[in-house]
Design a protein around this ligand. Structure first.
Ligand code: SAH
Ligand code: SF4
Length: 384
């Protein structure tokens, strides 16, 4: 098997080139062709020496993930389903807004954390994605969008690791992928425009602070350990106090001066005014001075057999109001791409028999001509 160049950050590619007897600037050229221009063939790379262009195909390749389907929402959201083999599929979602284009990327096929409200969690864990598979989602989406929008500029301005999987349980593949996103010769995204979302893998939060301190979102979902234990099983290993300590340690390295806490609103489970009060006092007093944060309330996206319901809108607004009035900036996530089930892990309802689901989705594959892209810009998350 030859190397897939999507697996390398710039240092990795430089080391690979060195083995071929090529200088570092050749690695930079190659890297720019791949990530900035979307090249997948070496004969396109006109400024590389002809001898190198001829040698490369025998030692490496640039291989994208096969697309099983692409769905375009009326609101401009686009969801891809990529085949990662053995009957597994992962999803990637593009969310256009007035002033940005956000790509939501998957890090694993399935997830081992097994949160009660998450359909990816209900699927169980299949495997970690490779760096190349994480980056292929960005590479594919960026260059697809540029072509279809006839844009020479960058279309994706923000990346959130909020698709399928727990990114901090796939750390060794995640870090080089993040480096390529940030690299000026790669996608050139600033650290504040790349967000890693985690259910709370405490030791890896500390490592991220040292290795690639991008923006951090923490999926909290409950204001006390008893409730969080029942929603996010990882809480039994890393309880809330340890998680918030890790957030405080992360802040000095973080590109923003706050942590985002995600809180999925589940009817009758974690959505009562007393939960909001408890959450408020937790984030305002933890460690003595509290944790500088913003809270994002996520309306629960129901899926079959979850046994859970989304809190009614007035309950969500009341919850947010308590937090805002208590001095913690709180927003309610706008749901996007409802008509294509573009929310996190929504695919999994389909994927109980994964092999069969992938086959069915492949049958449903639509051509670009059948699926015109529409861009309807919508407002950002609303503060309540
Ligand atoms: N594993 C990471 C990142 C992927 S999940 C994490 O848990 O943070 C991204 C976000 O989607 C998390 O905040 C998660 O709690 C939320 N989420 C998962 N399932 C959901 C559902 N059915 N409805 C609403 N949000 C959900
Ligand atoms: Fe995994 Fe995140 Fe889903 Fe929990 S919410 S099961 S950590 S993907």
């Amino acid at each position: 098997m030859t190397a897939n160049l999507l697996d390398f950050d710039l240092e990795g590619l430089a080391a690979f080139c060195e083995q071929l007897g090529e200088k570092r600037f050749r690695a930079v050229q190659l890297f720019r062709w791949i990530h900035q221009k979307g090249a997948s063939r070496f004969d396109e790379m006109t400024d590389l020496a002809k001898s190198l262009r001829e040698k490369l195909p025998s030692v490496c390749h640039i291989t994208d993930l096969p697309v099983l389907s692409r769905q375009d929402s009326v609101d401009g959201t686009i969801k891809w389903l990529f085949d990662v083999g053995d009957g597994n599929a992962v999803e990637t979602v593009f969310i256009p807004e007035d002033d940005r284009g956000t790509l939501c990327i998957s890090s694993q096929a399935g997830c081992a954390v097994g949160c009660r409200f998450c359909s990816t969690g209900h699927q169980g864990f299949s495997r970690n994605l490779t760096t190349g598979e994480i980056l292929a989602q960005l590479w594919h989406a960026e260059h697809f969008l540029r072509k279809h929008l006839k844009s020479s500029d960058r279309v994706i301005t923000n990346v959130v690791m909020m698709g399928m999987g727990e990114p901090l349980q796939n750390y060794s593949a995640l870090v080089p992928a993040l480096r390529v996103m940030l690299d000026d010769h790669g996608y050139g995204l600033s650290r504040r425009r790349v967000t890693v979302s985690t259910s709370g893998v405490v030791p890896m939060i500390d490592r991220l602070a040292q290795d690639v301190p991008v923006a951090l979102a923490v999926s909290l979902h409950a204001p006390n350990d008893a409730l969080r234990d029942s929603l996010v099983p990882l809480n039994r290993k890393y309880p809330i106090a340890e998680l918030l300590d890790a957030c405080l340690r992360y802040l000095p390295a973080a590109p923003r001066d706050f942590i985002t806490f995600e809180y999925c609103m589940l009817e009758g489970v974690n959505d009562q005014p007393e939960h909001a009060q408890q959450l408020l006092s937790l984030v305002k007093t933890h460690g003595g001075r509290g944790v500088p944060c913003k809270i994002n309330l996520i309306p629960f996206n129901p899926f079959p057999d979850s046994g859970l319901k989304c809190s009614p809108r007035p309950v969500v607004l009341r919850f947010g109001q308590i937090l805002n009035e208590g001095g913690v900036v709180t927003t309610v996530r706008k749901t996007r791409g409802d008509d294509i089930d573009a929310a996190c892990g929504q695919l999994a309802g389909d994927v109980l028999d994964r092999t069969d689901a992938v086959r069915r989705l492949a049958d449903r594959r639509l051509t670009a001509a059948e699926q015109p892209i529409r861009f309807v810009h919508k407002a950002k998350d609303k503060q309540v």
